[in-house]
Design a protein around this ligand. Structure first.
Ligand code: NDP
Length: 479
C-alpha cells in the first residue's frame, strides 16, 4: 500500500516524485512505498499551515475540543485496522498495539480536548500601584512535530494533540520506518472535520524532510522525540533561529530491586519493563540492580520467566516478543550482545537471532539477559533499545544510587521497596525525570513527562505541553 503526504487536507505525491520502500519487519518484505519528501514538500506544508492559522487560532475552545474528541472516537472505532497497520509497520504484536498504542493515541486526543478547556492563565495585582497584570497564552503559529518509530501513533499524537488544541497549525513528520498509522490519521482528521491545513503530514527521511522542518525559518517551535544524537543535531540547527525546543531523547533506565519488595509483583513487572515492545520503549528498565540477599533467587526466577516468553509472528495471539523494527536495528542490538561477551558479560538466556517458520527473513531476536560484573561496561552505559537487559547485584543503598546515576542519561528509574525512608531518599536523589516506585509505566496524562541530562530538555504532558505550544504574554494595565 502506498502512502502519500497529507497537505492542506489533501493526499498528494511528493513534488519530486521520489519514493522510499516500506518494509514489514515480520517477514523482511517491502509492502509499499512512502514519499521521500524534500524542502519543496515541507514548504508547501508550511504554506498550508500558515494559511489555516488565523482561523484555527480564533476557533473557540469548545469547537476545537469537539473535533479532537471526534478524532479520538474515530480512532477507537477503527481500533482493529489501526492496530494491524501499526503491527505490520513496526513488528510489534497486534495484541500490544490493540491494548497500548492505539488506545493511548485515542486518549491523547481525548485528554487534550478536555485539557484545553481547563487551561488557565494567571493574573497578578500590583498592590499599592493601581495596576493589574494578566498573562495571555497565545498559540505560536506553525509548529513542527517529529516522532520516532517505537510507539509510532502513540508518540505522534502525543505532540499533535496538544499543538492543535492550543490553536497552532502543524507540520509533522513520523519516522520513515513507521509511517502507516500517521498516514491513516490524516484520513481520520478529515473525517472528523479538522479544517484543511491545521495538520500537515510530510513523510520522508530524517536527514532531508526532518531537517527541512527544523531549518524552516518560520516554523518557530520543534517538538522532537528520538535519539540523543539526533536531538543534539536539531538543537544546533535550531539555536541560531531561537526556536522553542522540546527534546525527548534516549534513556538507560535503572530498575532497582530491594529484598523487602513485594517479590511476585516485582518479578512479573520486571519481565514487562524489560521486554515490552521488544524492549524498544525509551522507559524500559534496561539496567537491573538487585540487592545481594535475593540476587541468586531473582536471577533464577527472572531467567526462567524470560525463557517462557514466546518470540513469534506479531499476528499470533500468544506472541510476547514480535519482530524488531528493522534489519539495521536488529544488527545493532545483536552487536551489543557480542560486545557484552567481549567485556566478560555472561549471557544467562537468549542472545540469538530467531528464524520463525514461514517468516525466515523477519527481524526476530531472543529476549536476552546478561549478567555483568561492572556497571562501567558498554552494555550498561549505552542505549541498546532492544530486548536486552543487564543484571548485577548491589550491597548498599549508597552503592546502587551511585551506579544508577553514573550514566549520561536521566529519563526514568524504577524502585522496588516497601521501606518509606528509602523510597523518599532515593526518589529525591535519582537523576531522572520520572521515578516509579513499586510499579512501571503507570501514566497519568496530567503529569510532566521528560528527562534530565542527555535524555532531553523540557516536559510534555498535561499543562506542560500546552505551555510549550503557547507563548506567554504579560499585559500590565495601570488604572
Ligand atoms: P531518531 O533520532 O533516529 O529519529 C527520530 C525522528 O527524527 C525520526 O522521525 C527521524 O526520521 C527524525 N530525524 C532523524 N534525523 C533528523 C534530523 N537531522 N533532523 C530532523 N529529524 C530527524 O530516533 P529513532 O526513530 O531511532 O527512535 C529511537 C530513539 O528515540 C531512542 O533513542 C529512544 O530512546 C528515543 N525515544 C525517546 C522517548 C522519550 O520520550 N524520551 C520516547 C521514545 C523514543 P527517520 O526515521 O527518517 O530517520
Amino acid at each position: 500500500m502506498n502512502i502519500q503526504n497529507y497537505i492542506n487536507g489533501n493526499f498528494q505525491d511528493p513534488v519530486l516524485d521520489n519514493w522510499i520502500d516500506n518494509y514489514n519487519p515480520s517477514n523482511g518484505e517491502v509492502y509499499g512505498q512512502l514519499p521521500n519528501s524534500t524542502k519543496e514538500d515541507v514548504d508547501n506544508a508550511y504554506s498550508a499551515a500558515r494559511s489555516a492559522f488565523p482561523d484555527w487560532s480564533q476557533t473557540t475552545l469548545e469547537a476545537r475540543s469537539r473535533i479532537l474528541l471526534k478524532i479520538s472516537e474515530l480512532l477507537e472505532a477503527k481500533l482493529q485496522d489501526f492496530a494491524e497497520a501499526e503491527s505490520k509497520d513496526n513488528g510489534k504484536p497486534v495484541s500490544l498495539a490493540k491494548t497500548i498504542d492505539i488506545p493511548r493515541a485515542a486518549s491523547n486526543f481525548r485528554f487534550f480536548a478536555n485539557a484545553i478547556t481547563q487551561f488557565a492563565s494567571e493574573s497578578h495585582e500590583s498592590v499599592g500601584q493601581n495596576a493589574i497584570n494578566y498573562t495571555l497564552r497565545q498559540p505560536i503559529g506553525v509548529v513542527g512535530c517529529i516522532s520516532p518509530w517505537n510507539l509510532p501513533l502513540y508518540l505522534f499524537s502525543w505532540k499533535i494533540a496538544p499543538a492543535i488544541a492550543a490553536g497552532n497549525c502543524v507540520v509533522a513528520k513520523p519516522s520513515e520506518v513507521t509511517p502507516m498509522t500517521a498516514f491513516l490519521l490524516g484520513q481520520v482528521c478529515t473525517e472528523a472535520g479538522l479544517p484543511k491545513g491545521v495538520l500537515n503530514i510530510v513523510h520522508g527521511l530524517g536527514t532531508t524532510t526532518g531537517q527541512a522542518i527544523v531549518e524552516h525559518p518560520d516554523i518557530k517551535a520543534i517538538s522532537f522525540t528520538g535519539g540523543t544524537t539526533t536531538g543534539a543535531r536539531i538543537a544546533k540547527v535550531a539555536a541560531p533561529m531561537f526556536k522553542k525546543l522540546s527534546l525527548e531523547l534516549g534513556g538507560k533506565n535503572p530498575n532497582i530491586i530491594f529484598a523487602d519488595c513485594d517479590y511476585d509483583e516485582m518479578l512479573a513487572t520486571t519481565v514487562r519493563s524489560s521486554f515490552a515492545n521488544q524492549g524498544q520503549i525509551c522507559l524500559c528498565g534496561s539496567r537491573i540492580f538487585v540487592e545481594t540477599f535475593i540476587y541468586e533467587k531473582f536471577k533464577n526466577d527472572f531467567v526462567q520467566s524470560v525463557k517462557q516468553l514466546k518470540v513469534g509472528h506479531p499476528s499470533e495471539p500468544e506472541t510476547n516478543i514480535g519482530a524488531l523494527v528493522s534489519k539495521q536495528h536488529l544488527e545493532k542490538v545483536k552487536a551489543y550482545i557480542d560486545i557484552a561477551k567481549q567485556e566478560n558479560g555472561t549471557v544467562l538466556c537468549g542472545g540469538n537471532i530467531v528464524k520463525i517458520n514461514g517468516y525466515e527473513n523477519g527481524y526476530y531476536l531472543e529476549p536476552t539477559v546478561i549478567e555483568v560484573s561492572s556497571d562501567d561496561c558498554r552494555v550498561n552505559q549505552e542505549e541498546i533499545f532492544g530486548p536486552v537487559v543487564t543484571i548485577m547485584p548491589f550491597k548498599t543503598e549508597h552503592e546502587v544510587l551511585q551506579m544508577a546515576n553514573k550514566v549520561k542519561y536521566g529519563l526514568s528509574a524504577t524502585l522496588w521497596t516497601n521501606n518509606l525512608k528509602r523510597t523518599m531518599h532515593l526518589s529525591n536523589m535519582l537523576e531522572a525525570g520520572i521515578v516509579w516506585v513499586n510499579t512501571w509505566l503507570m501514566r497519568d496524562l496530567r503529569t510532566p513527562f521528560g528527562g534530565v541530562k542527555d535524555s532531553g530538555v523540557g516536559r510534555e504532558g498535561g499543562f506542560e505541553a500546552l505551555r510549550f505550544f503557547t507563548e506567554a504574554k504579560n499585559v500590565c494595565i495601570k488604572y
